[in-house]
Design a protein around this ligand. Structure first.
Ligand code: FAD
Length: 556
């Protein structure tokens, strides 16, 4: 085992070196004009940066242009990762290394393919990008919420985790969210969802303002959270404790909040937990123990309670509740779910009396029975942490670029090559994988040559930065491999791309427009101003973010 473990990295390094050498010779021939290979990356989150890093490392003559719709880089590293998880944001150092290369250009405040111009930003059509690059990587993440689709979802007091997280992290889109968190304890605050984002939301709601003041949390959020009267939180999952997606590390972080009680969860069939994989066993044991705070007869300390196998049915507003503002949520009704084996026809069982394997199967799915047992909680705040969603760029359809709206990803070969089955005038399938002539009715998926994807828009909105990094490396290596194999990229020539990159896109799409494009040097000026603002706060604040585009641009 030990030999294999040592041999693998060496073999991988050799492969990488061979790849780099072969490619260095190849890349000069990549375009008919003799110009360097030009790659456009859309999105500057971890997927975009790690794709750029890996590709540039293996292809020293390549030029990479990265388009970002916001004036600031890093995607969810800046606008998703919780402010008290500063160590997670260390990946920015690697991204800065990438950006320091003379072969890399950051093109901030420029949205690719949006249907309308943002008043403070610029828009360039995707078709223009396709005309001026050899290849394009879509790594634009997931910029929408999943919806529950139940009555009352639009009531006040109901927030999506995306908007709440975006608000406390200073995302311009939610600068005006302004949630009133001072309504007081009328029932419990409900967080629907069982991932790490749900844990983040609970922790930020319960953390002391003094602790938050040391982080890069947005000033408006610190202010509102210090008046926050959220007291008891219920974290509610559709499936059981075994199937929850949050990690033990994030669960433990709740237990570490001073003065917060995590109520023990009463586990079913504790003996059967011995069969669980160790990480799941540790997490379930932690859940069952609770945080053992000393008894508090006044019940003054805040608490966290976990509920499982509950699916939201409706959110309600009761006008007779005197303290509830108009159209504000006052209660939420849930139905008890039953667990099913994902691929087998086991009989469905009630969670309460569950003695079946479903309970211990991590992949079990939850379904609502026809007449579910109902549970209602009084509440003033609901946070829906049920996932993010990717959408196609507006020009995908007219350009014949596929998008799977049910899974929310760009169809790809699992490695990063965009796949299409459509026959469309703009579609230019790879010559090496043609549809066989003897099977005219079967449309085999083709690589849409020159198009690649990485990150959440490739795999779906899940996975931590380390997973996104590995995924981005795979995409970068796929492009390199295609170069070595002499695959065709976006077509060049008179009607195709000219490999002129950003300068040509700018001349074509932004001519005569009063667009303020943000360069990497511009971002560094914004960055410096934010750090200085943080120092002025006098609380040891890492930075004070600008939360509006116009304020970011006013620095320049
Ligand atoms: P993103 O990070 O979303 O980047 C996409 C970028 O594309 C954005 O900058 C966006 O502005 C830009 N963009 C979008 N559309 C366009 C367009 N049309 N033109 C140009 N640019 C565009 N992982 C951890 O390891 N630790 C954590 O603690 C952690 N916490 C998280 C907390 C939350 C709330 C969330 C949602 C995720 C968290 N993650 C964490 C996961 C991590 O953030 C993701 O793995 C990673 O950010 C996904 O990278 P991405 O590049 O695919 O997408």
């Amino acid at each position: 085992m030990a030999t294999i473990a040592r041999a693998r990295p060496r073999a991988f390094a050799q492969w990488n070196r061979r790849l780099a050498l072969a490619y260095t010779a190849q890349i000069r021939r990549a375009s008919t004009t003799g110009e360097p290979f030009r790659l456009a990356i859309i999105g500057s989150g971890p997927a975009g940066f790690y794709t750029a890093y890996r590709f540039m490392k293996n292809n020293e003559h390549a030029k990479v242009d990265m388009y970002e719709s916001l004036p600031v880089p890093y995607g969810l590293v800046r606008f998703g990762v919780a402010p008290d998880h500063a160590e997670v944001k260390n990946c920015r150092e690697k991204f800065e290394e990438v950006a320091a290369s003379p072969d890399f250009t950051f093109i901030g405040n420029v949205t690719v393919g949006a249907s309308s111009d943002h008043p403070d930003g610029a828009t360039v059509p995707l078709s223009s990008i396709l005309r001026h690059y050899h290849a394009v990587v879509f790594s634009y993440g997931s910029s929408e919420d999943r919806k529950l689709g139940i009555p009352g979802e639009e009531l006040k007091g109901v927030f999506s985790a995306r908007e709440f997280v975006g608000w406390y992290n200073g995302l311009p889109e939610y600068a005006d969210l302004n949630p009133d968190l001072s309504l007081g304890a009328h029932g419990d605050t409900l967080i629907i969802g069982n991932g790490n984002v749900a844990m983040d939301v609970a922790r930020i709601l319960l953390k002391s303002p003094e602790e938050l003041a040391k982080t890069d949390i947005a000033a408006h959020a610190l202010d509102a959270l210090s008046r926050n009267r959220v007291h008891n939180i219920r974290i509610i999952g559709r499936r059981g404790p075994i199937q929850a997606a949050f990690t033990t590390k994030e669960l433990r972080a709740l237990y570490k909040l001073p003065g917060v009680e995590v109520r023990p969860y009463n586990l079913e069939h504790p003996k059967a937990y011995d069969v669980l994989p160790p990480p799941i066993k540790r997490r379930t044991e932690l859940l069952s123990k609770g945080s053992h705070l000393p008894p508090d007869p006044s019940k003054a300390h805040p608490s966290v309670t976990f509920d499982f196998c509950l699916s939201p049915l409706e959110f309600n507003h009761n006008p007779e509740q005197p303290s509830a503002p108009q159209n504000w949520v006052t209660s939420a009704t849930f139905g008890k779910t039953v667990l099913h084996h994902p691929n087998q026809h086991y009989p469905s069982v009630d969670y309460e009396t569950n003695n079946h394997k479903e309970y211990y199967d991590q992949k079990a799915t939850a379904r609502l029975p026809p007449n579910p047992k109902k549970v209602t909680f009084h509440t003033r705040y609901i946070f829906k942490s049920i996932g993010y969603k990717s959408t196609p760029l507006p020009e995908f359809s007219p350009l014949g670029i596929p998008f799977n709206t049910s899974t929310g990803v760009i169809p790809n070969d699992g490695i990063g090559r965009v796949l299409t089955k459509l026959h469309h005038p703009h579609q230019l399938p790879s010559s090496s994988h043609p549809t066989p002539h003897h099977q005219p009715h079967i449309e085999l998926p083709h690589h849409f040559r020159g198009l690649y994807c990485s990150g959440w828009v490739k795999r779906g909105p899940q996975g931590v930065i380390a997973e996104t990094m590995m995924d981005a490396f795979t995409t970068a290596d796929a492009i390199t491999e295609d170069l070595i194999r002499r695959e065709k990229f976006l077509p060049d020539g008179e009607l195709g791309q000219d490999g002129k990159g950003w300068e040509a896109v700018k001349a074509e799409a932004l001519k005569g427009k009063n667009a303020r494009v943000v360069s990497w040097e511009d971002w560094k000026a914004i960055d410096k101003a934010e750090v200085e603002r943080g120092q002025k706060a006098g609380t040891g604040k890492e930075r004070e973010k600008f939360v509006r585009r116009e304020d970011m641009l006013a620095v320049l």
